[in-house]
Write a new protein. Structure first.
Length: 111
């Protein structure tokens, strides 16, 4: 698992690649939250995440809560269909805005 962080138009883009499971999710969360500031806007690019366990889902929800509690916003992009299905069944979709592309995520975060 790898996390790359960059700034694009005042949005923090975190590109995660690899599986998000019990051993990798805490590391990914630590990296993402290390750039979370008050009022931040984060686009989490999950295009290269083929598998996400319940630990990965918990990481997303925990990140969402911490960022939104400080006035920020999180958008997910490139989420695999299988992961979206799991998120739908577990009720996670009600928390997140999902987009197909990073450009769409950037637009969603500007609104």
């Amino acid at each position: 698992m790898n996390v790359t962080i960059k700034m694009v138009d005042e949005v923090t883009v975190t590109e995660i690649s690899g599986e998000l499971d019990g051993s990798t999710a805490p590391v990914a969360q630590q990296r993402v939250l290390s750039v979370a500031t008050v009022g931040c806007r984060i686009a989490m690019d999950l295009t290269e995440v083929p598998y996400m366990s319940s630990a990965g889902l918990r990481m997303l929800l925990s990140t969402y809560r911490q960022v939104t509690n400080s006035g920020g916003k999180v958008v997910l992009t490139g989420v695999a269909e299988e992961i979206q299905d799991t998120m739908a069944v577990t009720g996670f979709l009600k928390f997140f805005t999902l987009t197909d592309t990073l450009d769409q995520a950037l637009v969603a975060l500007k609104n």
